[in-house]
Ligand binder design. Structure first.
Ligand SMILES: [Zn+2]
Length: 271
């Protein structure tokens, strides 16, 4: 069979979900103004993920997790170093694969310096926010990681920081869309897979309960926009929506065997 570039371009992607951390907390901590729901408090678990899209020998990394020291400082249980997890499935961070940062919170943008030759895709407004004054106010800064944001500077110098305004196609079948709400530039990634369209919602949907019960996470920068994003995702024709932190997320998908067994799952066939 001869190589057909058009067919290769149209091949579906496989999504790999990697869990790298976890945290036990309470429902009243996880949800904003939890008392408004008039429900008893209870234990709650958040997991921390990053995602890899792969097709043939193409790889796109979506978010880079938190740095181990930053996770530990915040009392998160570091299950596996995100870079080690990537290497375990054959992804070399230094290889120059495109990286998408869905938003610049510490648990999504850590380790960025380990990708010295990657193009880094980030919403322009997200970069402006975290390099500007508003991002330093306590209610925002709590979730920020100025060190990680500063690690974007070399990418700016090399022309590797690709800032988009609304939407960008990273590769055929992979589109990143700014939705806002959780942070000014919070984005979701739409991926064409063998099982249909998959939306990596990242922290537009921390937990599936947010979509199912119209609840919002404890920290949302813009409440109307956050609700509007939930509506938009519910109305989408996606076959699968993947949350940013749901502790049941891995169980919804196909477990990945091998070195990340128990910590990773896949959506769609790998071709
Ligand atoms: Zn997050």
């Amino acid at each position: 069979m001869t190589y057909d570039p058009a067919a290769a371009e149209s091949a579906p992607w496989q999504v790999v979900i990697i869990k790298h951390g976890t945290r036990a907390t309470t429902r009243s901590d996880a949800y904003m103004n939890y008392a408004f729901y008039d429900e008893p408090d209870g234990p709650f678990r958040l997991d921390y993920f990053l995602w890899v899209l792969r097709r043939g020998d193409e790889v796109i990394v979506v978010d880079t997790g938190y740095r181990g020291d930053e996770g530990t400082r915040r009392g998160r249980e570091v299950i596996i170093d995100p870079l080690e997890a990537l290497r375990a499935i054959g992804v070399d961070p230094a290889a120059g694969h495109p990286v998408v940062i869905t938003h610049a919170h510490y648990d999504h943008i850590g380790n960025i310096a380990a990708f010295p030759s990657s193009t880094i895709h980030l919403a322009r407004i997200e970069h402006e926010f975290w390099t500007g004054r508003m991002g330093r106010r306590t209610l925002f800064a709590h979730f920020g990681d100025p060190e990680a944001v500063a690690e974007l500077d070399p990418a700016v110098g090399d022309g590797r920081l690709a800032l988009y305004d609304e939407q960008v196609e990273i590769a055929p079948g992979v589109t990143v869309t700014k939705v806002g709400g959780h942070t000014p530039g919070q984005s979701v990634v739409t991926v064409r897979t063998s099982v249909g369209t998959v939306i990596l919602a990242s922290d537009a949907v921390h937990f599936h309960e947010e979509m199912d019960r119209d609840m919002l996470f404890q920290s949302m920068a813009d409440l109307p926009q956050s609700y509007a994003t939930l509506d938009r995702l519910r109305q989408s024709d996606a076959a699968v929506i993947v949350s940013g932190h749901d502790s049941g997320e891995l169980e919804r998908h196909t477990p990945l065997a091998g070195p990340l067994a128990g910590l990773a799952a896949t959506i769609g066939e790998f071709r």
